[in-house]
Write a protein that binds this ligand. Sequence first.
Ligand code: C5P
Length: 209
Amino acid sequence: TKSFTIAIDGPAAAGKGTLSRLIAERYGFHHLDTGLTYRATAKALLDAGLPLDDEAVAEKMAREVELAGLDRDILSRHEIGEAASKIAVMPAVRRALVEAQRRFAARTPGTVLDGRDIGTVVCPDAPVKLYVTASPEVRARRRYDEILGKGATADFEAIFEDVKRRDERDMGRADSPLKPADDAHLLDTSEMSIEAAFHAAHSIIDAAL
Ligand code: C5P
């Protein structure tokens, strides 16, 4: 039997993580947050004191990433996200991680992969593609509220600048830039609750199943 793949792409903090988890749960599909594979590679380099700009070294680390051992809590740190977006510009790193992601995507009965290039590069034949986005202000605001919610302090302007810098790096790179696939359904969550976004995604998926 063939696997049914749902590809979810979009910029940082657009809500695709939460949405992907809800969808995977609803349909009983396996879920892979592909950002964690870039983060795990970056963390391994940082921990080993290795440079972030040596493509051969970074590729070797990427090939050692175990999908089963990806821990969101350990990998969520801001510096790791920054380092991840730096190593994500290197084609050899992307090739290594995309191979692992494609093997994951083939699991049955179905899979949800979220990231930046799932609908365009990793799973171009996915029967459902969603491009989840929101304005940079709204995404920065959500990050900010999330941090305050944990009882910590944050600087809104710094987070806002950060969101824009990450967008530029992800959309501007030559290999697999962030952009909607031609056949992706656009979901702008700027003025949408997570429940509303889930409902919209749900109808799109049911129509394709
Ligand atoms: O989504 P997350 O913030 O965890 O991703 C960290 C970084 O990894 C992104 O900023 C992006 O540069 C890179 N990434 C990527 N392709 C993916 C997923 C993440 O280039 N499919």
